[in-house]
Design a protein around this ligand. Structure first.
Ligand code: WT7
Length: 658
């Protein structure tokens, strides 16, 4: 997205009076009142919310402990169980309300009520107990999108195990790295997954992860049977359906401390291997619930659909925990947006009367493209009148896609909440509240009440509105990351860098505030993190993977703007042998793409690989990534390249290998 187009964007969309009058936060005055309350007495603001929204086993007496900053603790002497808050709490008031409507890849539908979900979770939790794990032991979950994925997560929460979900698109090597780093005791997987009409192996990747080694911590592997093909399980492996046989449908929740790690979720940073972002129980749950209430305006009769996979933070907060803790009915979909046609999402909205819909700009852009190809893919073919609110997440949404979403899907009736947040923030941090905030396409607008967001320069000083800088959050908030698993130093360095004074949370994004409205616009990552189809990938990870190929001597990876994916991956590679040309070059390109696909996952495959005898470096040997980015975009290099050691190399790297 061109930042210029966003900055010159002046269209403003006000919520309808009918929406405002029923909204959970009704009007800007109500929004400002919440912000003022938070400003006035910050701790009390959060404490009141925590008392209102969470069912505590033991109430907390202390709100924030900042004595060991930036390792903040919230509600630290309180005790709760997160699965109790998602399930048991609803059993007396709405046992027969549908919690999850599941639609499979092939269109089969399966509903579960709150009572049924409670029973499934209890039964599975009782099954998990047979492994004799200890409180806080880590469990890797590698499952397809579906009811069982949610059951597995909640069952862990029920008995105080810390889950670490690995996205089903990640490779054996990624699973192995995560198992090893987390020292996981248990793995929960499925034989296969169904996506886009295809059957893809899942357990095979786990088997391969074990062969790679370093997984000695694992004492068991639970396997969900999805296909009819007979496979034999080995030692330590047990079928999900065998594990729950004869298990009681009740299981007393294990109450844990507010700070007990509910989960780890690995995400990419600018350097090193993916980091295990550690989240708390109470603070996390609180923000999941409160953002459901204020950002998504959730009501008892809503049919809510967040299309994210539970392998990502969005699927944690806005599929597994938020909607259930709020007692909502939600739709969960197994497949992909474009199967069997590009109208699948719109058809499902019509079929299930979805009222709140939350998806990623990359999906919207690909569906805009598909909508022109046939009638089935055209949203006009479907009755979308059940919708009242739309959401966007994961990357900047360009104004063109925003307008299409607003007109074609929302029919000018639905506010769009462009929610900015991160794996580390646990939930929304900058977002419109739909019954309050006037919307400007391409801007995530204003901070969520209680989030003290600001923009600073490289020295940590706040910059005036209208000037770009680094996005920071000045005060700790309950759902924030607690640490990086096993690496507290890296947590401090990454998020509370000394350069900025060590007291503010550094998001890692550049941002600018509108001169008059103060609205935030996100300008993209300031580090070497890419967003490809909304998936976060570190350039370093892809470089390390390329360099681990026996043919490769050196590699540099950059992102380039992509019409649908947001960004695509371009890799510059120096081989150990001669620089290849013609068919040989093509063959090696394919080989390297497959290699990265196997090492990290298909989402990390470079779209464009170019070969050089060397990479453009300064005389001190630093790779000039800025030049590589320009080359990737096909820009003429006009800047001064006199500091370059080997300017002639640029010519070689200009061309894509077709
Ligand atoms: C990065 C975080 C938040 C859940 C999904 C991604 C980018 C996220 C927006 C938005 C512009 C956005 C940022 C952020 N991002 N939402 N609404 N507008 N950019 O979580 O994988 O941790 O990635 O996604 O660059 O830092 P994640």
């Amino acid at each position: 997205m061109g930042i210029e187009s966003v900055l010159s964007e002046h269209r403003t969309f006000h919520p309808d009076q009918s929406f405002v009058s029923r909204a959970n936060v009704s009007g800007m005055v109500a929004y400002e009142k919440l912000c003022t309350a938070a400003n006035k007495n910050y701790e009390e603001f959060w404490a009141n919310l925590a008392r209102e929204l969470i069912v505590w086993k033991k109430p907390f007496t202390k709100t924030l402990n900042d004595s060991n900053a930036p390792f903040y603790k919230w509600f630290e002497d309180g005790e709760l169980n997160v699965s109790y808050n998602c399930l048991d709490k609803h059993l007396s008031s709405q046992p027969n309300k549908i919690a999850i409507i599941f639609e499979a890849d092939n269109g089969d539908i399966n509903n579960v009520t709150y009572k049924e979900l409670y029973e499934k979770v209890c039964q599975f939790a009782n099954g998990l107990k047979t492994f004799n794990l200890n409180l806080g032991d880590r469990v890797v979950i590698y499952l397809p999108m579906g009811i069982e994925a949610v059951v597995a997560m909640l069952a862990c929460a029920r008995i105080g195990l810390t889950h670490s979900v690995v996205f089903g698109g990640f490779s054996a090597k990624s699973i192995q790295e995560r198992i090893k780093d987390a020292q996981a005791k248990l793995v929960i997987t499925a034989d296969v997954q169904f996506r886009g009409g295809k059957i893809l192996p899942l357990k095979a990747a786990v088997d391969e992860a074990f062969i790679l080694g370093g997984c000695e911590s694992v004492v068991g592997n639970v396997v969900l049977k999805k296909s009819n093909d007979a496979i034999e399980l080995k030692n330590k492996e047990v079928w999900w359906h065998e594990l729950i046989k004869n298990q009681s449908k009740d299981c007393d929740p294990i109450y844990v401390n507010a700070e007990h790690p509910l989960f780890l979720l690995y995400t990419s940073g600018s350097t090193g291997t993916p980091k295990g972002v550690q989240h708390s129980s109470a603070g996390y749950l609180l923000h999941a619930m409160n953002t459901m209430r204020w950002t998504f305006d959730i009501k008892g009769d809503d049919i809510y659909w967040c299309t994210a996979d539970v392998g990502w933070i969005t699927g944690h907060t806005y599929v597994a925990y938020g909607p259930l803790a709020m007692g909502a009915t939600q739709l969960i979909y197994e497949g992909i947006p474009t199967f069997p046609h590009g109208g699948r999402f719109w058809q499902m909205i019509e079929k299930h009367h979805v009222s709140i819909f939350y998806t990623a700009p990359t999906a919207i852009r690909s569906l805009i493209k598909a909508s022109e190809s046939n009638k089935e893919s055209n949203p006009d073919t479907y009755d979308l009148s059940s919708l009242r609110l739309l959401g966007s997440v994961g990357e900047p949404i360009n104004p063109e896609a925003w307008m299409w979403y607003y007109e074609k899907i929302g029919h000018h009736q639905c506010p769009i909440v462009d929610t900015f947040w991160q794996t580390e923030t646990g939930g929304h941090v900058i977002t419109p509240l739909p019954g309050a905030t006037p919307l400007v396409p391409g801007s995530c607008t204003l901070p969520f009440p209680g989030i003290d967001a600001a923009i600073v320069d490289e020295a940590g000083h706040e910059v005036p509105w209208g000037t770009g800088g680094l996005l920071v959050i000045k005060k700790p908030w309950p759902s924030m990351i607690r640490t990086i698993w096993g690496d507290p130093e890296r947590y401090k360095k990454s998020y509370y860098p000394e350069e900025l004074g060590g007291k503010v949370y550094l998001a890692g994004d550049g941002a600018i505030r509108d001169k008059t409205t103060g609205y935030f616009t996100i300008m993209g990552r300031i580090d070497d993190v890419l967003s490809v189809s909304g998936h976060r990938l570190g350039t370093m990870e892809i470089e390390s993977s390329l360099v681990s190929n026996p043919l490769v001597a050196e590699a540099a990876v950059v992102g380039k703007p992509h019409e649908i994916k947001g960004e695509s991956i371009v890799a510059y590679v120096v081989l150990k042998g001669k620089r290849p040309e013609g068919d040989e070059a093509k063959a090696i390109v394919n080989q390297l793409r497959d290699w990265v696909g196997k090492e990290i996952g298909p989402i990390a495959k470079p779209e464009d690989i170019r070969f050089g005898d060397n990479l453009p470096k300064t005389r001190s040997g630093k790779i000039m990534r800025r030049l590589l980015r320009s080359l990737a975009k096909g820009e003429e290099i006009t800047s001064d390249i006199s500091t370059l050691d080997n300017p002639s190399i640029l010519e070689q790297l200009k061309k894509t290998i077709q």
